[in-house]
Write a protein that binds this ligand. Structure first.
Ligand code: PEP
Ligand code: MN
Length: 361
């Protein structure tokens, strides 16, 4: 289902915001000095939008919950001294009023808030008649409708400078990532709401700084529109999310290493791509035919076994078959894992077919 939402590019009279939109700054504002020094560092790295959390949604009580309204004055200083646009997270109506009173340029709605339609609606109502860009993080659970719903609520309040932030999804299983990226979800979001910029948050996906680069490159290769990267002058001493933050020089180096491929693929490239895709379609057609042929032989064998009262599965035959296919696959440079999975799937389907035959009257 495609959703009709009026989306205008995030624009600023003072700052040129071309793709990729890079937002950087600390997870949390901690002190005037930390905020200002980080801002100067990220500005030197070519960043145009500063981020800092003023109110922090922490998993458990007694953790650092942000400096509160006082920190908004530091953001005003950042604007004055560096010319950066400034952004912060708002989670309730009071946050919105305080942020607007202190000239915050861009607001974002955090993952825990996006998951709560009441909270999003309150924020939306408080923004009616206000002209400010709003970035909406995905809800912590992998529920695309909830994400779309949050965006719709803000849009219905008359906000049209909108973007989504993809920050990954919480899962019970421990994975490589702090929050599983589930890339297909933001891709589907882009299909549902055309023109909606998608900004990837590699910091909250990764949870640790070593993984940042690959996530950023992947986001760029998927033609997403920007990145929001947590940056701190002294990451190891950060009061929140220490492991995932980088220093401004590391940020600068990371951004310089990113390869930006041209999203406007020219006509010849498109043609070549179309031809190659055509070839893939034909090969897949052949693949299905070959599998169909194989299944027919399997049915023959099934009938033969039934007539002669032989069990479906002969372990030795299956062991030998798989070993042989692994050798054949290896010769073609196909990984053991892939060949294993492929033949397990084919074998399972063969067993299913023969079971059906055995059970036939
Ligand atoms: C943050 O950006 O620091 C933050 C709290 O993120 P999220 O809402 O994605 O957890
Ligand atoms: Mn954070």
């Amino acid at each position: 289902m495609v959703v009709d939402i009026d989306v205008k590019p995030i624009a600023s009279a003072e700052v040129d915001l071309k793709r990729p939109i890079i937002i950087a700054g600390p997870c949390s504002a901690e002190s005037e000095e930390q905020v200002l020094e980080t801002a100067k560092g990220v500005a030197a790295a070519g960043v145009k939008i500063f981020r800092a959390g003023i109110w922090k949604p922490r998993t458990r009580p007694n953790a650092f919950e942000g400096v509160g309204t006082e920190g908004l004055k530091w953001l005003q200083l950042v604007k004055k001294e560096t010319g950066l646009l400034v952004s912060t997270e708002v989670a309730n109506v009071k946050h919105v009023y305080d942020a607007l009173k202190h000239d915050v340029d861009i607001l974002w709605i955090g993952a825990r808030t996006s998951a709560n339609p009441f909270a999003v609606q309150d924020i939306a109502d408080s923004l009616r008649g206000v002209k400010i860009p709003v970035l909406i993080k995905n809800p912590i659970n992998p529920d695309i409708d909830l994400w779309v719903g949050a965006i719709e609520r803000i849009s219905n309040a008359g906000i049209n400078q909108l973007a989504a932030i993809h920050r990954g999804f919480s899962s019970y299983d421990k994975t490589l990532y702090r929050n599983a990226p589930h890339w297909q979800i933001p891709i589907e979001l882009r299909r549902r709401i055309s023109d909606l910029p998608i900004i990837t948050d590699p910091s909250h996906i990764a949870g640790r700084r070593e993984l940042l680069y690959d996530i950023c490159q992947k986001a760029m290769d998927l033609n997403f529109d920007g990145l929001i990267i947590e940056t701190h002058i002294n990451p190891d001493k950060a009061l929140s999310d220490a492991k995932q933050q980088v220093t401004p020089p590391v940020l600068k180096e990371l951004l310089a290493r990113l390869i930006l491929r041209d999203p406007e693929i020219d006509e010849q490239l498109m043609l070549t791509l179309a031809e190659l895709r055509d070839e893939i379609d034909k090969l897949d057609d052949r693949l299905i035919n070959v599998i169909d042929e194989r299944m027919r032989v399997v049915e023959h064998i099934g009938n033969y076994k039934k007539e002669n009262n032989i069990t479906i599965l002969q372990n030795k035959r299956w062991d030998d078959l798989l070993k042989n296919r692994l050798v054949l696959g290896d010769k073609k440079g196909l990984s053991e894992d892939f060949i294993n999975k492929l033949f397990m799937a084919i074998h399972q389907e063969s067993i299913n077919k023969q079971t059906t035959i055995m059970n036939e009257e």
